[in-house]
Structure formats: C-alpha cells, structure tokens
Design a protein around this ligand. Structure first.
Ligand code: FES
Length: 95
C-alpha cells in the first residue's frame, strides 16, 4: 500500500495516519489504534490489518500492508457479503 491508501475504509484512515499515530502515541496495545480517527470501529474488516501494523511497529519492522488498495477493497466487499475473510495481513500478496 501507499501512504495515502486507506486502511480503514469505513472512516477513511490512511496508512500514513496510522503510521503517524503509532510513532506519536506508541500505543501499548493494538486496540488503542482505534483512537486514530475511529479506525477499526465500523465494520471490523480492517481490525486484523490494524493489529498487523501495530505489531510491525512494535517489532521495529516496516509498517506496511503488502496488498494493493484494489485487492484490499475487493476482499472487504467479499467479507461484507460472505462474512468470511479471504485474505489475512500475513498472507497478503505483494502489491
Ligand atoms: S474498514 Fe475499518 S472498520 Fe470498516
């Protein structure tokens, strides 16, 4: 993903905003990422991805999602229809 791509599509929270929040606030638990403009408090789709980003930050790894915004949005739509996740942060294909 690029910095201006949205991680939380419900609340239009971009990857850049999440990165800035993690750097500035150093949230001790992933659930506190919700304090970044309500990320993850809508449909819940992005929650595993927010957890992944929080874990990357905590481990000093690049804070990124290896999925294109198009594939991400498509998977979210499928999740809303089926209730099943067809992609997880760790097994996201390269964007
Ligand atoms: S995409 Fe983040 S709560 Fe729906």
């Amino acid at each position: 993903m690029n910095p201006d791509d949205e991680v939380c599509l419900c609340f239009h929270v971009t990857l850049r905003k999440i990165r800035t929040f993690l750097d500035r606030e150093e949230p001790p638990v992933a659930s506190l990422v919700s304090e970044c403009l309500g990320a993850g408090t809508g449909c819940q789709w992005c929650v595993p991805f927010l957890k992944h980003l929080h874990r990357c930050h905590a481990e000093g790894k690049p804070v990124d999602l290896k999925i294109s915004p198009e594939a991400y949005a498509k998977s979210r739509k499928s999740f809303h229809t089926t209730g099943e996740r067809d992609v997880e942060p760790e097994d996201s294909p390269e964007s």
